[in-house]
Design a protein around this ligand. Structure first.
Ligand SMILES: [Zn+2]
Ligand SMILES: [Zn+2]
Length: 330
């Protein structure tokens, strides 16, 4: 395994450098990203996703550190609207009143108060993060007309050199972002680089390509096609919604494996959305299959709550790491 793909939570500060012009912020168990043109240090920047509820002060603090005080982004790009990717949005939008938010048209119902997401599926197994998923918020937020549909031509408002790719399955209007010049992929939850269903794996952050977090994935055939589309891009770097970014041939090999063995590696053996998907359109959810019960849920829930409390204690920054990052910024 190459050095780059050998990182852990312990060796990766909360704010980390991904590639020139891209930084990640680990917010308890989810990532968000700060992006600018590496050739234009004083140019515009964008925020990709918006973390957990309550994370706005941290997001703002890191933005000021990277781009200076009172320097709002040109836009906020959303991979999708699950609670752990939009938690700070209301506060950030109040702080940045002129900054537009962009999402795929099929994701807009969940961002404009029109529809709840398909319910999470704790029966998919895999660990405590799954078992607890019935607790995760799924109600829509309402960003009103501040949230706009992504341009149909695939370009990204606010920053040149990036395009969006429709990667549905984990969420109906999930998208990924790709920078052709250095083959950097921001994949959201289309696939991730940690076993997100397991609290233990999430804690360790061991780097491995995994399918989308199973408890929220509501269409497994779409999810498979999305991973296939992303693997075909042959990314050099993949920074995902959960886990530490992965690089190079090892990333591509693991993505190929995931495509070839998607049913064994990603799709749960059983689950609410395994036999049939949730149906959704631009108005929101139309139909969902009935729930599947899981006898293990209670035990795993207890483990999960303990795990989450542990994360909360482990999210502080280390000053030395911040110093190193300051140098990397140059
Ligand atoms: Zn998600
Ligand atoms: Zn997520």
């Amino acid at each position: 395994m190459s050095e780059q793909n050998h990182a852990t939570r312990g060796s990766t500060p909360a704010l980390y450098h991904v590639v020139p012009g891209v930084w990640g912020l680990r917010n308890v168990f989810v990532n968000l990203f700060y992006v600018r043109d590496p050739e234009a240090p004083a140019g515009p920047w964008v925020l990709v996703d918006a973390g957990l509820p309550g994370s706005a002060p941290k997001v703002l603090d890191k933005a000021a550190f990277l781009f200076g005080e009172d320097n709002p982004p040109a836009a906020i790009w959303l991979t999708h609207g699950h609670f752990d990717h939009i938690g700070a949005l209301h506060t950030l939008m109040a702080r940045w009143p002129d900054v537009p938010v962009y999402a795929h048209p099929l994701e807009l119902p969940y961002l404009t108060g029109r529809s709840s997401y398909p319910p999470p599926d704790p029966s998919v197994g895999g660990g405590a993060m799954s078992a607890m998923s019935f607790l995760y918020p799924k109600s829509p937020i309402d960003l009103g007309d501040r949230v706009k549909p992504l341009p149909e031509d695939g370009t990204m408002p606010g920053l040149d050199g990036w395009r969006w790719i429709a990667t549905p399955g984990h969420a109906p209007g999930h998208v990924s972002f790709f920078r052709e010049s250095d083959r950097t992929l921001l994949a959201g939850d289309a696939f991730v680089t940690t076993k997100q269903e397991s609290a233990m794996a999430v804690w360790q952050q061991k780097q491995e390509v995994h399918g989308p977090p199973a408890y929220f994935t509501c269409d497994w055939e779409q999810a498979r096609a999305s991973v296939q589309a992303l693997a075909a891009l042959q990314p050099e770097v993949a920074a995902t919604g959960h886990g530490i970014p992965m690089h190079g041939q090892e990333l591509r090999d693991q993505l190929t494996q995931l495509v070839q063995h998607f049913d064994q590696q990603a799709k749960p053996a059983q689950g609410r959305y395994v036999p049939q998907p949730a149906l959704a359109d631009e108005t929101g959810v139309i139909a969902v299959p009935p729930p599947v019960s899981s006898p293990l849920s209670g035990v795993l829930l207890t483990i999960g709550v303990v795990g989450l409390l542990t994360y909360a204690l482990a999210t502080q920054d280390h000053p030395a790491q911040q110093q190193r990052l300051k140098k990397a910024k140059a």
